[in-house]
Design a protein around this ligand. Structure first.
Ligand SMILES: [Zn+2]
Ligand SMILES: [Zn+2]
Length: 447
């Protein structure tokens, strides 16, 4: 069987705010090979400047609906890519729109990823969005456009286009965000909900968290880096099998076909700064059940806790449970509430009952980025020169990062000594996970 390929579809160009000037096609081409990302989103495909740059530097790839760096640019851009990492890199046309608008008297802020089968389609979309708002000030434009209406406009622009709600748990900017969004996919997209076939987990959530929420049962989960610097390419990614093409990739997600979709690759979500609840100054870290039992007040100072992303999942899960059964039966007190909730939704409750049983779910795997593993081993910072040198050595010997982390067989890892041992431990989940809270990064350590 051919090895899988990896796709990272949500990235940003140098036209987005707070991004590195290195976010350009040549650097993405280089990093995609080092990371082992075979299909890379273009990002920012609604920005006229970036579109012009893409038109100038990309050509149609041998894979239908995807693009490649022009041959004349490849040699220079890939100059220091070791032989062991050299591979074709395809680009899929993607962008992100920030919708800020009012619905039912509340201000909503929802980010959406758009995917298109050609640069021409992206150009048509860009022209239409320019009539609605300012698409020049940011690679990720802010528009007063309801995501439902964005989806409609997108499908009018090209029926093969698709919309994926971005990082759906981010409190301030997402479909299910506690401060900005909705309580379900259907509440956000209404009559067009059936066109949504995938949602992005974001850096702070993983597959098991998303699986607790019923409105996500029928959709595929995707994970992307949302990078603002090319070195972060593939820190979250998707596994695919077969020949890459625009339609193969999207149809695979639509049908959640296990012959095409190998599932998500995520950082451990505990690493995020707002995974759990707590107070940094009080050194108080609580999981959502503990916070709820304390009415979300800090046991040290008595003030309101900073609520993390996992809490929102628990909140929505409780909500769907009370919709299911109304008041809890007697004898199920607070302690029972704190237990993990096992539900078995009937097919009739699914948004559309296409199948008679719960739809299939894609696998998920975790990674610790190689520079972090090397940094732990060497006792230095991940951004240090020592780590950069060790990273370059290792890739020259063992090939690109994601296949090494995820697919290299035991004998290949054996040959790498202590580093190989660490990689194997991460695959087996032998890591210590301390959840981040209130702005403090979590830590993941190989044990
Ligand atoms: Zn975003
Ligand atoms: Zn406190």
């Amino acid at each position: 069987m051919k090895p899988p390929y990896y796709a990272d579809l949500h990235i940003h160009s140098h036209y987005s705010r707070a991004t590195s000037p290195a976010c350009k096609p040549e650097e993405l081409f280089r990093w995609a090979q080092l990371k082992g990302v075979g299909v890379c989103g273009t990002g920012d495909c609604t920005h006229p400047g970036w579109l012009a740059e893409l038109q100038e530097k990309l050509c149609e790839a041998d894979a239908p609906g995807l693009y490649a760096l022009k041959p004349g640019l490849r040699e220079g851009a890939g100059r220091d890519v070791p032989d062991a990492c050299r591979a074709p890199v395809r680009f899929l046309v993607t962008g992100e729109i920030s919708s800020i608008y009012k619905r039912d008297g509340k201000v909503r802020k929802v980010h959406s990823i758009v995917l298109l089968p050609s640069l021409e389609a992206a150009s048509r979309l860009s022209t239409r969005l320019a009539q609605i708002g300012n698409i020049l000030s940011d690679g990720r434009p802010i528009l007063g456009l309801d995501p439902r209406n964005l989806l409609e406009l997108l499908l009018e622009t090209d029926p093969r286009a698709a919309l994926i709600p971005a990082h759906i748990w981010t409190p301030w900017f997402s479909m299910l965000g506690s401060k900005s969004g909705f309580d379900s996919l259907e509440a956000c997209f209404g009559d067009l909900s059936p066109h949504i076939f995938a949602v992005e987990t974001g850096l702070s959530s993983d597959a098991p968290m998303n699986r607790r929420i019923r409105c996500l049962d029928r959709v595929a989960l995707v994970s992307n880096s949302d990078l603002h610097s090319p070195a972060n390419l593939g820190r979250n990614a998707n596994t695919f099998f077969g020949e890459p093409s625009y339609d193969a990739l999207l149809n695979g997600l639509r049908s959640k076909d296990p012959a095409v979709c190998g599932g998500t690759v995520d950082l451990f979500p505990e690493e995020g700064k707002y995974h759990l609840d707590g107070h940094r100054a009080c050194r108080v870290r609580l999981n959502p059940e503990e916070s709820l039992a304390r009415n979300n007040l800090c046991p040290a100072c008595g003030k309101e806790l900073t609520i993390g992303v996992l809490h929102r999942v628990v909140e929505l899960e409780r909500q769907q449970r009370s919709e299911d059964g109304g008041p809890q039966p007697e004898g199920r007190g607070q302690n029972a509430d704190a237990q993990p909730f096992h539900r078995s939704p009937s097919p009739l409750e699914l948004p559309h009952s296409l199948t008679s049983e719960l739809p299939p779910r894609l696998p998920y795997r975790y990674i610790v980025p190689l520079p972090e593993l090397l940094a732990q081993r060497l006792g230095v910072a991940p951004a240090s020169k020592k780590v950069a040198a060790a990273y370059a050595d290792l890739l020259a010997k063992a090939g690109p990062e994601l296949p090494l982390l995820l697919d290299a067989d035991a004998s290949a890892l054996d040959a790498l000594g202590a580093v190989g041992e660490s990689l194997l431990k991460v695959r087996k989940g032998q890591v210590l996970r301390e959840g981040g809270y209130d702005g403090e990064y979590g830590t993941i350590r190989v044990v």
